[in-house]
Design a protein around this ligand. Sequence first.
Ligand code: SF4
Length: 641
Amino acid sequence: MFTKLFTPKKINQCEIPNRLAVTAMVANYCNEDGTATDRYIAYHEAKAKGGWGLIITEDYAVSEHAMGYQFIAGLWNDDQIASHKKLTDTIHQYDSKIFAQIYHAGRQSASFVNGGVQPVAPSAIPCPWLRQLPRELTIPEIEQIVEDFGDCALRAKQAGFDGIEVHAGHGYLIAEFMSTYVNKRTDKYGGCLDNRLRFVKEIYADIRGKVGDDFPVMIRFSADEVVQGGRDISESRVLAKLFAEWGFDALHVSSGAYGDHNKGIVSPMYVSHAWTVDFAAEIKQIVDIPVFTVNRINDPRMADGLLEMGKADFIGMGRGSLADPELPNKAKAGDLTAIRYCIGCMQGCVGKLLVGEAITCLVNPSLGQEYQLDYSKVTKPKKVLIAGGGPGGLEAARAAAIKGHEVTLYEKGSFLGGQFKSAAYPPCKGELATYTNWITSELDQLGVTIHLNRELTKELVAAEKPDTVIVATGGTPCKPAIKGIDKALVVTAEDALLGNVATGDQIVVAGGGEVGSETAAHLAMQQRDVTIIEMLPKICSDLDGVNKFNLMKILREYEVNQLTQTKVVEILDDGVIIENSQGQQTLPADTVVIALGYRPNNQLAEALSAVHNHVIVIGGAVKTSNAMVAINDGFNAGLSL
Ligand code: SF4
């Protein structure tokens, strides 16, 4: 099935057993002093077990004040080496190789993660995301940072890493020096290209002098920074040639910088798969060292095809490895339906990081918990009944079945996936369906009995006599007391998305959160005239910046009318009366879509709790939440039995 994916290739003297590389993703699992925790080590070990050829770690800070996040790794003093040696020893029990990525965050940091110290940069321009004013570095400080990189690289070698990757991309300190986007200096480190590259050239020389010629040293950089005034591929071609000439052993061609809301360093689902591969391909034409490509490549067949076409030598998958650390082994075995694909949602990996928390993954609830999970089968299997076939119920069934319990799931509707099904209908969200597909196949393999179109009732529980009942009935769309809300033209967002009802040509969507705005985009793309009514000052206020930016772009492109700080007062037979600071007016409508949130659907939980002494209620049935919470709750409930 694969022609090149599972062939080895050398970087300097280091033979990488296959072409699948885990790219650096900050996990925030380390101690605050930069030492490795058991959690951090087990997280990487899962990938080595899963068959990845090369694991590139998260950024190792080269100095105490170089950190961009609070709980990332560091090798700025010798005392940190031992804990990271434990990591490399663990990985070397498997075939994988492990490189440490080393960096200085520059202005893309905040003083609260660096002991109150102001961020530094080539020039005093704040990062557009973090917005803290950095201090311009002096020449002696620049010289010290150059040495910090070399010292950090040497410690990485002493800690047993097989190589290092210098992070010169994504807008961190080296990237800031290289780009006129941030570097406005007029001394020897600014202005012309040679001056802007002086910092990275000195860093390379210092590293090479300390680690020797045989130790792999690669560099990651953004071929296109995707920001106004940032570098694009034209200058990046020149950089690539110079990096190869100086002696770097491989080039990792990425994209983006903080401040890019469009495609993002971590591309959202609105962005095409492998969208930067042509940058890597262009660079591969002009250098004779290995080239890595990356960016929303989540399918091993896509990866192999890119290798076959000669676009790159290695394929990076950051989030693909979070969603399924076993992806390489499953691909090699030809078991592609067993792969749990990254859906590009960014909720657990990027979303958590941006609020300073440890990363999670929406589709993989075991991520970051590997060090403490127990999948061993129970000696006395229980009879477990589950109400609800949404993501929470499905995950509960999977986890309970893994533990060896006898599991039966009841879904009162005609399909599995719950609200995850309709959530896959809006533009660019189709890959959500891969999760339902994957878990349905897992449940089949695990022998879980599934009843569709059948509700779990008190009577059924009394007859079946289970040991445990898990209630995962999710939420019900809110239906506020608006005059006329029961009229025939009123439909839920789910019904509109799933095509359960025919919608008209003039549509009013009441509610401008994620669900309402996505439903509006879906309908507008069917050439309907759509207006969103939102009471808050802005729509999409429950979305992160990157997803919001991309959804808003679609709403603008399809001319969706947006009325904020406006409420629906009454629904008529052919329109709605709305009210805002300008008073009341009537909008014509032949369909009104209600997207005003959810309330817990907990009647069954209450009824069953009255007749059974072990009922576990999870996800949206407890509290309005999202799929990530429901899946996590389901996983924990199933595993706890
Ligand atoms: Fe992919 Fe979403 Fe998991 Fe991140 S949280 S790795 S985007 S599935």
